[in-house]
Design a protein around this ligand. Structure first.
Ligand code: HMG
Length: 403
């Protein structure tokens, strides 16, 4: 039985800041951000979007009634969780109206969480071939204003349905993975901003990729020529290129050209969103699938996941015949096209608006947020979520009943 990605969706908030303008305000040359880091636009989450709503909005677009019935496991990878106890998956399960006969859990290991979720989903489908698993990766990356990591923030989510006989990509069996206890990036429970040793984190990322690649080659006997492309976890787009370059001298000139060109294509969405931690690798995969015109059915794509702290995993997927018909290119280009730019000072204001931490209640204006699923406030220590789409549906039903 072949198991893999049957559907894939993405959501990012409607606001962004231009990296050229951020550079000017921070007194650095714009090329440092746009070329040195490789970021063009950075998604900004308003208070009405949190990791739960981002993930639910990403999933909303891809699920049909059959999926909602068959999904019996919701796995939510995140490192910006909203609760120490209750999983974000349970909120999403309700907001999407999924079958109650389902498991729902949150998975944490920095940016690796969604990859761990994918591997667990594969195991679940192997035991229950008729079921489907909803895998979510959703995060808001925050380092703080005027910090070294500021240019590598972002917000967004990717949702994937994992099933048997998938329409988009079969996830192949062999996988190379490793864990080592390193302090390159972490976020203690008392802080809503990450701590990072930037240069060290870059080095660890490359060391983990090189080591996973050696392990992968000895497990599979494959080399660079067996891959049409590599998708990387992209904390910023230059990072993937640096890791790829570390192994390119093993291949031919043609391998280098192909892999570097596909890396560029796979970085298009990330360049315009920023780091979305758990979802970054899958956003890069989505960018490659939706923006490349050269990929063929059957092409093998390597996927490298890195979660600081640290866990790394390298595995591969093979594109299914007709995979393009199962993508949502029009929806994603509309999502990018309808975003609104904010000035640097508006971004700073939004960044500093945080939810109360003293238990007080709050009402948020969700009319300013075009997302279907929003955080509408806090009441009795509990986040209040609204699915405008299902409210519209409910209103339509009651209007029909009154007629
Ligand atoms: P920095 O000190 O601001 O930047 O930190 P820099 O001085 O290293 O410059 C960055 C690049 O811009 C350099 O290129 C410069 O040469 C270049 P490189 O040597 O790296 O190839 N540059 C220019 N290029 C063109 N024109 C110019 C110019 N000026 C300079 N005028 C850093 C950068 C990424 C370290 C910082 O932003 C940071 O700490 N970010 C957060 C940490 C991070 O993203 N680490 C990545 C690996 S760890 C990871 O991926 C896990 C993570 O996602 C978390 C998780 O797992 O949960 C972070």
């Amino acid at each position: 039985m072949e198991i893999g990605i049957d559907k894939i969706g993405f959501y990012t908030p409607h606001l962004y800041v231009d990296m050229n303008k951020l550079a000017v305000e921070r007194n650095v040359e714009p090329e440092k951000f746009t070329i040195g880091i490789g970021q063009e636009k950075m998604a900004i989450a308003p208070l009405t979007q949190d990791p739960v709503t981002l993930a639910a909005n990403a999933a909303l677009d891809i699920l049909d009634e059959e999926d909602k019935e068959k999904i019996d496991f919701v796995l939510f990878g995140t490192e910006s969780g909203i609760d120490q106890s209750k999983s974000a998956a349970v909120y999403v399960h309700r907001l999407l109206g999924l079958n109650p006969q389902a498991r729902a859990v949150e998975v944490k290991q920095a940016c690796y969480g969604a990859t761990a979720a994918i591997q667990m989903a594969k195991g679940h489908i192997a035991l229950n071939p008729e079921s489907k698993v909803l895998v979510l990766g959703s995060d808001i990356a925050r380092y703080g204003l005027n910090t070294g990591g500021e240019a590598t923030q972002g917000a967004g989510a990717v949702a994937m349905v994992v099933s048997a006989d998938p329409s988009i990509m079969v996830l192949e069996g062999p996988s190379a993975y490793l864990t080592a206890d390193v302090m390159d990036f972490w976020r203690p429970v008392y802080s809503d901003e990450a701590f990072v040793d930037g240069k060290f984190s870059n080095e660890q990322y490359i060391a983990f990729f090189s080591s996973a690649w050696e392990q992968y080659k000895s497990k599979t006997g494959q080399g660079l020529a067996d891959f049409e492309a590599f998708s990387f976890h992209l904390p910023y787009t230059k990072m993937g290129k640096k890791a790829l370059r570390a192994v390119l001298d093993e291949g031919t000139e043609e391998d280098s050209e192909r892999l570097l060109a596909n890396h560029q294509i796979g970085a298009v969405y990330n360049r315009n969103v920023g780091n979305i931690y758990t979802a970054s690798l899958y956003l890069s995969l989505l960018s490659l699938l939706e923006q490349s015109e050269d990929l063929q059915d059957g092409s093998r794509i390597g996927l490298f996941s890195y979660g600081s702290g640290a866990v790394g995993e390298l595995f591969a997927g093979r594109l299914q015949p007709g995979y393009r018909e199962h993508l949502n290119v029009a929806r994603h280009s509309e999502l990018f096209a309808t975003r609104k730019e904010v000035t640097v000072s508006e971004y700073e204001e939004i960044f500093q608006e945080t939810l109360p931490t003293d238990g007080s209640s709050l009402d948020l204006d969700i009319d300013q947020d075009p997302a279907k699923i929003c955080l509408s406030g806090i009441e009795g220590h509990s986040r209040q979520y609204v699915n405008k789409a299902s409210n519209i549906e409910a209103e339509k039903i009651s209007a029909r009943a009154e007629r």
